[in-house]
Design a protein around this ligand. Structure first.
Ligand SMILES: [Zn+2]
Length: 121
C-alpha cells in the first residue's frame, strides 16, 4: 500500500499513513475522520511527524553526498539514500527496537517490582 497524506477533520492534524489507492479517507489518532490530501509525490511534507526526528540526527556539517542530498531535498528517494549511506535500515515489521540491553541490576529490579505487584505470581 502506498503512503498518503491525510488531514483530520476533527483536530486538523496532518499525517502520513499507508492506505489503499482507492481509499479517500483515513482515521486520525484522535479517532476523527481524515480526508486524503493530493499527494505531493516526490517529497515529504515539511511537517511530517517523523521528519524532525530524522533531521535532528543528520550530521548537518557532513560533506557526504547522501547527507547533502537529503538536507537539500528530503524526498523519499534521498531518505533511502541517506539510510543506506549511514548503513541504517528501517526496522522490519515485528522486529524489536534496538536499545540498551537491560543490565543485570535493572532486570533484577524489574522482576522485584513485578513480584511486588503480583504477590501470587
Ligand atoms: Zn484528529
Amino acid at each position: 500500500m502506498p503512503l498518503y497524506d491525510f488531514a483530520c477533520r476533527v483536530c486538523g492534524r496532518t499525517f502520513e499513513a499507508l492506505a489503499r489507492m482507492d481509499a479517500g479517507q483515513g482515521v486520525c489518532a484522535c479517532g476523527g475522520t481524515a480526508e486524503r490530501l493530493i499527494s505531493v509525490g516526490r517529497g515529504y511534507r515539511a511537517d511530517a511527524d517523523w521528519l524532525p526526528s530524522v533531521t535532528a540526527v543528520v550530521d548537518k556539517d557532513s560533506p557526504a553526498p547522501h547527507v547533502r542530498a537529503f538536507l537539500a531535498e528530503p524526498s523519499r528517494a534521498n531518505y533511502r539514500r541517506w539510510l543506506a549511506g549511514e548503513k541504517l535500515r528501517p526496522l522490519e515489521p515485528g522486529e524489536p527496537r534496538p536499545g540498551p540491553a537491560l543490565g543485570p541490576e535493572i532486570a533484577r529490579e524489574v522482576r522485584a517490582r513485578f513480584a511486588a505487584r503480583h504477590p501470587d505470581a
